[in-house]
Ligand binder design. Structure first.
Ligand SMILES: [Zn+2]
Length: 259
C-alpha cells in the first residue's frame, strides 16, 4: 500500500514537473560524458533529475543567479551516482548553494591543544554533514570538460554525501550489502597507501593529488575518475574499480566501450 502510494506520488511529481526537451538537450550537450549513456539510462536519469529538483532547493549566493540550465546540469551529475541505486540516499538535507566563484567557508575547529583555528582557504565545493552542498559555479562549469579540468566537482561532493550516510566522510560509505566492508577497505587501503606514497615522492599523478588528503577525499576523487574517466581508474587501481562497480551498480568503462 505504501509502495503504491509512493509510486502514485512519484508519477504525479514527474507529470507536473516535466523538463522541457530543449533544456534537457542543452544539459546533455553541456556534459559530454553522458554521450555514452543508453537511451534507456538517459530516460531514467531524466526522471531522477525531475524528482531531485522537486526535492531540493538550488539557490545562488553572493549575487549568483542560478539559471534553469545550471540547475539541470548540477542535478544530472548528482543523479548519475544514484542512477542504479535510490534517490532516497540524498534525503535528510535540502539545499544546494551555488557561489559565483570559490568561497571561504570560515568554519572553526578546535585542535587537541584547545587552539581554535579558522578555515580561510578558498574552496570550490563542500558537502556538509546533514547540511547543504556548496558549489562554485565556475568550477562546476569547468568540470564538464574532463580533458582540460581533470575533475568533476559535483560528482565529488555528492560522493561525500553518500559517504556521510555513515557519519563523517571516511571513505567507507554504507555499502548496502553490494560488497563487504572487508573487501572494500582492503582495496581502498592498498590503493590509498600506494597513491599517498606516489604523492609524497612528488610523482606526477594522472589522478588529482588532492586524493591523498584523506581516505574520504580519496573516495570522492576516485568516484570522479570512475564516472568521468573510468579507464584511468581501471589502469591504476583495478581492485578499487571493481569495488565501485559493485557499490554504484554501474560499469562506466563497459558502457563507454558499448558492452
Ligand atoms: Zn572533498
Amino acid at each position: 500500500m505504501l509502495a503504491a502510494f509512493r509510486r502514485w506520488r512519484r508519477d504525479r511529481v514527474l507529470a507536473a514537473n516535466a523538463l522541457p526537451d530543449a533544456l534537457w538537450d542543452d544539459a546533455l550537450d553541456a556534459l559530454p560524458f553522458l554521450d555514452d549513456y543508453a537511451p534507456e539510462e538517459l530516460d531514467r536519469l531524466r526522471n531522477l533529475v525531475v524528482l531531485f529538483l522537486h526535492a531540493k532547493s538550488i539557490v545562488g549566493a553572493q549575487g549568483h543567479e542560478v539559471t534553469a540550465l545550471q540547475r539541470v546540469v548540477i542535478a544530472v551529475q548528482a543523479c548519475v551516482l544514484v542512477l542504479n541505486l535510490d534517490l532516497a540516499l540524498y534525503e535528510g538535507w535540502h539545499n544546494i548553494v551555488v557561489y559565483p566563484g570559490e568561497f571561504v567557508p570560515g568554519w572553526q575547529w578546535e585542535d587537541d591543544a584547545g587552539v581554535v583555528h579558522t578555515n580561510d582557504e578558498p574552496m570550490a565545493g563542500e558537502a556538509m554533514l546533514r547540511g547543504p552542498v556548496i558549489l562554485s559555479w565556475p568550477d562546476v562549469a569547468a568540470s564538464a570538460d574532463w580533458e582540460s579540468a581533470g575533475m568533476n566537482l559535483v560528482i565529488h561532493e555528492f560522493a561525500h554525501k553518500l559517504d556521510m550516510l555513515g557519519g563523517e566522510a571516511d571513505g567507507c560509505p554504507p555499502l548496502g550489502g553490494r560488497t563487504t566492508v572487508a573487501e572494500w577497505k582492503k582495496a581502498m587501503a592498498v590503493a590509498y597507501t600506494d597513491f599517498s606514497a606516489r604523492v609524497d615522492r612528488d610523482e606526477d599523478t594522472a589522478i588529482d593529488p588532492y586524493a591523498a588528503e584523506s581516505p574520504g577525499e580519496f573516495f570522492a576523487v576516485l568516484s570522479e575518475v570512475f564516472f568521468a574517466e573510468p579507464e584511468l581508474l581501471i589502469a591504476q587501481y583495478p581492485a578499487v574499480y571493481a569495488q565501485f562497480v559493485a557499490f554504484y551498480r554501474q560499469d562506466p568503462a563497459a558502457r563507454r566501450s558499448g558492452a
